[in-house]
Design a protein around this ligand. Structure first.
Ligand code: HEM
Length: 404
């Protein structure tokens, strides 16, 4: 997996390659223009493959001849332990066992019961916004919502939530690869501090179990999950829980402000159109732009021989704009009739565990924003996060209009 991430990092510095642009400013601002210039399937410079095709991405992600790890990969134990992202980075049977343990906590039924708490959190955040005030949609709204929700679901005490989130943000930066020795040192320190926080939480929930994810995990300790697997599992749920949803809300508001007629339509029918606005954002500007799979055997794909050990980089952001799957793909249209499933949550056995939660948070966040601040306007330039994988604004200044 790290090799496939490195592949892209290296490309950032190889000028003649179209993918280099993805790491430079123009590519970050508009990766879709870069994707359009790429073939549906082709080789990368470091000996892997990359695809922009919806059909090929979907096929690779569902194909059991691919895994997330190379069959030959024997990661140094220290490295594996340090940056273990639990079942996101594992193949069956470990993937199946750990995923089965986490999934019930995120089932649609479980998440539906959580709706009133998400609505309350959204309203508390909006209560702080003054009419006529300029505020940063990301730091005031899109970021605190998923942080509060995932720390609450895990069972983190309120007083510790900010520290969990701060360390989680550092660990999330490893998703793009490890860029330097100082980055590695920061990761190591954050990992150590987050581990200590989680160990305290495990001890608390062993003594005083509650109705939360960590209590359910420690109850399974020793049989369905081994003690050393607890921290990586919690790291994964924490980081996946907030680093992506913040960008769903940020990308949605950004697209809606770019398309005032659609914002107006949403404001005219917030409850009816918020779910569609979430789905169209996930298609049009997905928070996770790509993932990768490794061939576990030699195989033929799109007329090419993919050798065992080679990665196929599946460009989710490109697949979601593939005209063979979505007519007029570069148009943001919340009234779009679905013609194919977008791949924002991936596909196959790693299909996002948290998607019912992400969809609910996104829907409530957009609905309440449209209901309460229909005169929302852009109030300054957007700043994007510097990442080739996770896409979204880090700063989105807006002005709040009349409150209802
Ligand atoms: C997996 C996207 C929100 C937990 C994934 C994958 C994607 C994704 C693309 C699969 C990666 C791959 O195939 O290699 C998103 C997006 C979200 C979101 C776009 C928000 C809009 C969440 C939330 C949680 C979550 C709120 C809650 C904990 C997970 C977990 C996995 C995962 C645990 C690993 C699944 C597996 O490997 O079997 N997500 N996610 N995600 N996501 Fe999400």
């Amino acid at each position: 997996l790290y090799r496939s991430r490195l592949d892209f990092a290296w490309h950032g510095y190889v000028r003649r390659d179209p993918m280099a642009l993805l790491h430079l400013r123009p590519g970050r601002d508009d990766p879709y223009a870069v994707y359009r210039g790429m073939p549906p399937f082709g080789p990368t410079r470091l000996g892997n493959w990359v695809t922009t095709s919806h059909a090929i991405c979907d096929a690779v992600l569902r194909d059991r001849r691919f895994g997330v790890r190379s069959a030959d990969l024997t990661a140094a134990p220290a490295m594996a332990d340090e940056f273990d992202m639990s079942f996101l980075d594992k193949d069956p049977p470990d993937h199946t066992r750990l995923r089965r343990l986490a999934q019930p906590s995120f089932s649609p039924k479980q998440i539906a019961g959580y709706r009133p708490r998400v609505e309350r959190t959204v309203d508390e955040l909006l209560d702080r916004v003054e009419v006529g005030e300029t505020f940063d949609l990301v730091s005031a709204y899109a970021a605190p919502l998923p942080i509060r929700v995932i720390t609450d679901l895990l069972g983190v005490p309120d007083a510790d939530a900010e520290r969990f989130a701060a360390y989680g943000t550092v660990i999330a930066s490893a998703l793009d690869g490890i860029h330097s020795l100082s980055h590695a040192a920061r990761l190591k320190a954050a990992n150590r501090d987050l581990r200590a926080l989680f160990e305290d939480l495990f001890a608390l929930r062993r003594r005083e179990p509650a109705d939360d994810v960590v209590s359910r995990l420690v109850a399974a300790e020793g049989h369905r999950i081994q003690p050393h697997e607890l921290v990586p599992m919690c790291n994964l749920l924490l980081v996946a829980g907030f680093e992506t949803t913040v960008n769903l809300v940020g990308n949605a508001v950004n697209a809606l402000l770019d398309h005032p007629a659609q914002w107006e339509a949403l404001c005219a029918d917030p409850a009816g159109l918020a779910p569609a606005a979430v789905e169209e954002t996930l298609r049009y500007d997905p928070p996770v732009q790509r993932t990768a799979r490794c061939a576990r055997e030699d195989l033929e794909l799109a007329g090419h021989l993919v050798r065992r050990g080679q990665y196929v980089i599946t460009l989710i952001g490109a697949a979601n704009r593939d005209p063979r799957a979505f007519p007029d793909p570069d148009t943001f249209d919340i009234h779009r009739a679905p013609t194919a499933d977008h791949l924002a949550f991936s596909s196959g056995i790693h299909y996002c565990v948290g998607q019912p939660l992400a969809r609910m948070e996104g829907e409530i966040a957009l609905r309440r924003l449209a209901e309460r601040l229909p005169d929302l306007r852009r109030a300054g330039p957007l700043r994007r996060r510097v990442s080739g994988i996770v896409r979204g604004p880090i700063h989105l200044p807006v002005r709040a209009g009349a409150r209802r």
